[in-house]
Ligand binder design. Structure first.
Ligand SMILES: [Zn+2]
Length: 451
């Protein structure tokens, strides 16, 4: 589904910001699936140039990232991808690309890479290159899908973004405005990572000028105009885009937190770093074992992000990202381990964190099969819910009620308990009285009695 929305006009000063000349040349990814290596390194190079770390634009190695940014994704590509015989390159998010550069660094590009193609299976560059460039530790990686945030980011630097790529429209766009699919033969291809260098009006329409990585033969010398007033919904292989999105999304940039302009304690730096994007891999086709490990590593970070004390705007970015990732986990195979982690957070002293944890716990429980509930422990869930029933946060109380209902429904589905309506209630009452102390036991019985 595609439709036109009213223009969100940016402040006049944004129209004066042109980052094209500070964003490097147009490169060509050829047939590789590694657009993120080009946009990610260009974003880093531009950041260095703008913040006077370099005097000239320094180009970093796309090939290096193709081989080393994610050994797990690479392994998946080499075993499960349709192109595994010819390519081991893979898709990746721009935020994770930047995170990799922050943690491991990236070397400069071999000038020969711009002249000729390389094999992403056999032409591995030296992994421990001598001259690696890292994004400084205190720099935050920001991600948002809101236009107002893009406008803010673009005041200071070019911005990385993912574009909903419809074929053949985007490939054949030339100097026209890319407005998504135009005909019945249009096919949704994938998210394609690009670099936004400018927002401007073209023939009265608001557009973003993006740099792609398919050489100068595409678009207008490698740059395309993308509409900022078209929205899409329900696209992708499994309709995975369920909320409306602009044609450009996942706006990503590097920010030095203002408060860090003056020196701060190490604790505070660490705290702020939690705000940076640490999202787990999300590929529904990847096997269970592969999924669980990165998910679980990320859970503590994600939950802690909700605790980060940052400016209201920082907090908005952080919470939205954490929300998104946690929702993905609720719907994935990692539900049970996630629930075990959440358990410690529903006892958190911070009421906002406690309420959030309660909401995700309740979402988890509602998706769980009886066998999963039993594996976790039905009594444990009921006790958690009982404690939350008298929480001072309304969301936590609501989540607790919904947990009680989920468990009750599963409880009464249990073969042994499948009896008359009255008997089920009686069995539930006994179960609650046995496992929950005080007035909350009565409350639990009341919840399931109310229509
Ligand atoms: Zn490749």
């Amino acid at each position: 589904m595609l439709w036109e929305v009213a223009e969100q006009t940016p402040r006049q000063e944004l129209f004066d910001k042109h980052w094209k000349r500070r964003s490097g040349s147009v490169r060509d990814q050829r047939s590789h699936d590694n657009c993120w290596t080009y946009a990610g390194t260009d974003l880093f190079s531009a950041w260095r140039l703008i913040n006077k770390k370099d005097e000239e634009f320094r180009t970093f190695s796309a090939r290096y990232l193709t081989f080393y940014a994610s050994k797990m994704m690479r392994w998946v590509a080499s075993t499960e991808s349709k192109r595994k015989k010819s390519h081991h390159c893979h898709g990746f998010t721009i935020a994770k690309t930047l995170q990799f550069i922050q943690e491991n660094g990236v070397p400069e590009e071999d000038p020969a890479d711009s002249e000729r193609d390389f094999s992403c299976i056999t032409d591995a560059p030296e992994e421990n290159a001598s001259n690696m460039y890292k994004i400084p530790e205190e720099v935050e990686i920001r991600v948002s899908d809101k236009l107002e945030d893009l406008y803010e980011m673009l005041l200071d630097q070019p911005v990385g973004a993912d574009l909903h790529f419809f074929h053949p429209e985007f490939s054949n766009i030339g100097s026209d405005i890319y407005e998504g699919p135009k005909s019945e033969i249009s096919i949704y291809s994938e998210l394609h990572t690009v670099l936004i260098v400018r927002v401007r009006k073209h023939k009265g329409k608001l557009v973003a000028i993006v740099k792609s990585s398919h050489g100068k033969g595409k678009g207008k010398k490698g740059y395309m105009k993308v509409s900022l007033t078209k929205m899409v919904l329900g696209i992708g292989r499994d309709n995975e885009i369920m909320s409306p999105s602009f044609l450009l999304t996942n706006f990503t940039c590097l920010v030095i937190p203002r408060a860090l302009d003056k020196p701060k304690s190490e604790k505070e730096i660490k705290k702020r770093k939690l705000g940076s994007c640490r999202l787990p891999e999300v590929d529904p086709e990847t096997s269970v074992q592969l999924l669980e490990e990165p998910y679980l590593e990320a859970v503590d970070d994600l939950l802690l992000q909700l605790l980060v004390e940052a400016s209201p705007q920082d907090k908005k970015f952080v919470c939205e990202e954490a929300d998104k990732a946690l929702n993905t986990m609720v719907n994935s195979v990692a539900r049970l381990p996630l629930l075990r982690k959440l358990q410690t957070y529903v006892c958190q002293r911070n009421p906002c964190v406690r309420a959030k944890a309660a909401v995700f716990t309740s979402n988890c429980v509602s998706k769980m099969e009886l066998s999963e509930i039993e594996e976790f422990g039905m009594v444990l869930i009921v006790q958690m819910a009982a404690d939350l029933l008298s929480d001072k946060m309304p969301e936590a109380r609501e989540a607790a009620r919904s947990m009680v209902n989920s468990v009750y429904n599963k409880f009464t589905c249990n073969g042994e308990e499948k009896e008359e309506q009255g008997n089920r209630k009686e069995a539930w009452q006994k179960f609650c009285e046995k496992n929950v102390t005080g007035p909350n036991a009565q409350a639990m019985v009341k919840i399931v009695s109310s229509p």
